[in-house]
Design a protein around this ligand. Structure first.
Ligand SMILES: Cc1ncc(COP(=O)(O)O)c(C=O)c1O
Length: 337
């Protein structure tokens, strides 16, 4: 049996809820490729993977929330910054599953990016999906207020289930591993193996899942995470932790020394778009009608473009960019277009 088939079989042992509509499509980006004069660029549409306006958390939630349902939880509890895509996807999943949702909304990690920041985009959608929002100060401890909220709700007699910040955990990484299996199969069907798969990396389980699965089903393909948190060491450490845990759950080998987290493309801080972010955002829209966001995916593409312009790939190679979602937050960032 091939490594890819073996991996798919291991992944199939993990029960999922079916929240993510899979496989997501892999689409060519001919105009952007020609504009940049580099390798053939492809986009993996993880932004189009299910309800609640999609995004990369749905693959993770598919497995993580199966545990919630198994445990008989009646309330999902998570958190994130005001414009977090992760908590919006948790709120949407709760609505879809008929569960209550309480979110710790962190204030202070990101300076509000304009008047719409607190009311539009993901903040609006969280309310639309019926989540109860709890405003808390950002302390740097990503899961602290979420855990405290779980305890409060338990004391009130609820059956809460903690969904970690960014849905990042070893099980969340196992959930994301299926994306690499799809990319391997879709690229093979097109007759190539990609030189690299590039995407933005934040709380870490997306890259962890891709790295563990990529070692098995995309040997020879670089799995390249672009740090968008302006914390490359923290991102690398979290990716390594979740990847090691995911590899253990899957019974696969994994060497954390193979991880690639690229620094220098996050701009001045998490959540703050800079010149290269805005250029990538506009380029994707104008060359490919692809709607990115100024916090995550546009910084990821900005990183890919910088690597491409530095000569990392030959013109006859293929590079896959993962659109991890996030476009809803665009509407909370006035002035990007
Ligand atoms: C749109 C988008 N892309 C990428 C990421 C990063 O994924 P991860 O947190 O798994 O590293 C996030 C996570 O918050 C996100 O919302």
């Amino acid at each position: 049996m091939s490594m890819a088939a073996g991996l798919a079989q291991r992944l199939a042992r993990f029960p999922r809820l079916g929240l993510a509509t899979l496989p997501t499509s892999l689409e060519p980006m001919p105009r952007l490729s020609a504009h940049l004069g580099g390798p053939s660029l492809w986009v993996k549409r993880e932004d189009l993977c299910g309800r609640g306006l999609g995004g990369n958390k749905l693959r993770k939630l598919d497995l993580v929330l199966h545990e919630a349902v198994q445990q008989g939880a009646d309330t999902l509890v998570s958190g994130g910054v005001v414009q977090s895509n992760s908590q919006r996807q948790v709120a949407a999943a709760a609505a879809q599953l008929g569960l209550a949702c309480h979110l710790a909304v962190y204030h202070g990690r990101v300076a509000p990016q304009g008047p719409a920041y607190a009311t539009s985009g993901n903040a609006l959608l969280n309310r639309l999906f019926g989540a109860t929002l709890h405003d808390v100060p950002w302390t740097g401890d990503r899961n602290g207020a979420i855990a405290a909220l779980v305890e409060t709700l338990r004391a009130e007699g609820r059956r809460p289930f903690l969904v970690p910040y960014g849905v990042s955990s070893p099980l969340g990484a196992v959930g994301y591993a299926s994306c690499a299996v799809e990319i391997a199969g879709q690229c093979a069907a097109q007759g190539f193996a990609p030189a690299a798969v590039v995407f933005c990396s934040g709380s870490g389980a997306t890259q962890a899942g891709l790295a563990v699965a990529g070692a098995a089903c995309l040997p020879g393909t670089d799995i390249v995470g672009i740090d968008i948190d302006a914390e490359p060491d923290r991102v690398r450490a979290d990716v390594a932790r979740y990847a090691t845990g995911a590899a253990a759950l899957l019974g696969l080998p994994f060497d954390p020394r193979t991880l690639e987290v690229v620094a220098g493309h996050a701009g001045p801080a998490y959540g703050v778009p800079h010149k290269a972010t805005l250029e990538a955002l506009r380029l994707a829209a104008r060359q490919e009608a692809l709607v990115l966001d100024p916090v995550y995916s546009a910084k990821g593409l900005a990183g890919l473009i910088a690597l491409l312009l530095a000569g990392r790939w030959r013109a006859d190679q293929h590079v896959v960019f993962i659109h991890t979602g996030g476009a809803p937050s665009l509407f909370a960032h006035e002035g990007v277009a």
